[in-house]
Write a protein that binds this ligand. Sequence first.
Ligand SMILES: [Zn+2]
Length: 89
Amino acid sequence: MVHEITHILQGEARHSAEGIMKARWTPDDLAAMGVKPLTFTAEDVDLIYQGMDYREAHAKADSKTPIPEHHRSRSGNNGEISMAHGIPL
Ligand SMILES: [Zn+2]
């Protein structure tokens, strides 16, 4: 789950050689997960921040475009686009 959310935050389908963003976990990785969670590499963290910056800039550029009613949250967040929109995967 963390792996998939990180793909969304990073905005790309890349994988790391180690850690939570590894493409395929080995039996050793799965055993290690039972002891403590896998970690992010420094590159994983950088790409999460880059993806967030990209999304923020993209959201500002689109702010003049009216948001269709069905894309607006009903929870009163001033009509901001939900996280599922505008992700360049
Ligand atoms: Zn993946």
